[in-house]
Design a protein around this ligand. Sequence first.
Ligand code: LRH
Ligand code: MN
Length: 389
Amino acid sequence: MTEHRTRALAALAEQTIELPSWAFGNSGTRFKVFGQPGVARDPFEKLEDAAQVHRYTGAAPRVSLHIPWDLVDDYGKLAAHAADLGVSIGAINSNLFQDDEYKLGSLTSADPAIRRRAVEHHAQCIEVMRQTGSTDLKIWLPDGTNYPGQDDLRARQDRLADSLQQVYAMLDPQHRILLEYKFFEPYFYAMDIPDWGTSLVHCLALGEQATVVLDTGHHAPGTNIEFIVMQLLRVGRLGAFDFNSRNYADDDLIVGSADPFQLFRIMNEIVAQDAHRPESGVNFMLDQCHNIEPKIPGQIRSVMNVQEATAKALLVDRAALREAQLAGDVLGAHGVLMDAYSTDVRPLLAELRASKGLAPDPYAAYARSGHQERIARERVGGQQAGWGA
Ligand code: LRH
Ligand code: MN
């Protein structure tokens, strides 16, 4: 086996992808949320589903929680349940998009009492981090305006900076803020954190423990996302990804399903700067909704897609690429990348899984397990978890 493949296998063996608890609940659009047989009914069952994904892929040992969607009486008990299942609690997501009082703003609100409550919600999330051993506080700011003149854009930024400073001050030394941007929705004139630059400006103002989350579904069509990845790594503020894919808007489809070449280009920038290594501190998370497809197989397929894009990026002949780039050999350089992208990496990943005692194809192995049929039979009664459930 070439030294290159050996190095790729070693890197793939230490890759981990974090799963979103909400992917295991029902989800949909404003038109319809479809139920499915066997869907998890509480955070404990969501962890059991996530553990199935880790069992077959060997690469998904953490689960992000969303507060209050994953509200429980005893977070220590939830973390213990996770440990019994061989997984752990990852990022804690705050929720500023479901309270009536946040209509005109939460951390940006002109009303100090509303801002205070939004800040206090993060105190609650940080408490959950302490009880579960989580170190990442993920803040997606849904705040924005719908009409020009509706509010003072500068004043909103100043109020936001003050609110974020208060949240930052509550962090423990090992904690990080992951600040997520989104260019539109749920507001349609100006989002208060619409792009990577605005998130970065606030992170730089806050301090070292503040980093940017790049959700692959949160950019205007045609955005060169891998350029943003390169720049955020260059300034040391890429904290995490929310991986998914989209054809039109924030579709939250399976990562790599709509544009596998884009996912490869993103992982190529990651590998080029050695940020695929766990010590880089970049948290590779999924943020998806399986509206019509079964949840556990959907997450398994997602993890496999990230592994495939990473494996192709690890097989890029970096020396040949650099030589062609420095020689101004345009097509030669492009060709080096396309050779890696065109490589069938499934045998390499089957080898990786064999080295971990796993079946070569996690998707097929899970389908053969009968687990999906079992939970459909056993999980009757109670309220299925899900958006707005
Ligand atoms: C917002 C978002 C954010 C989560 C939510 C589930 O669109 O990407 O990361 O809070 O989805
Ligand atoms: Mn997201």
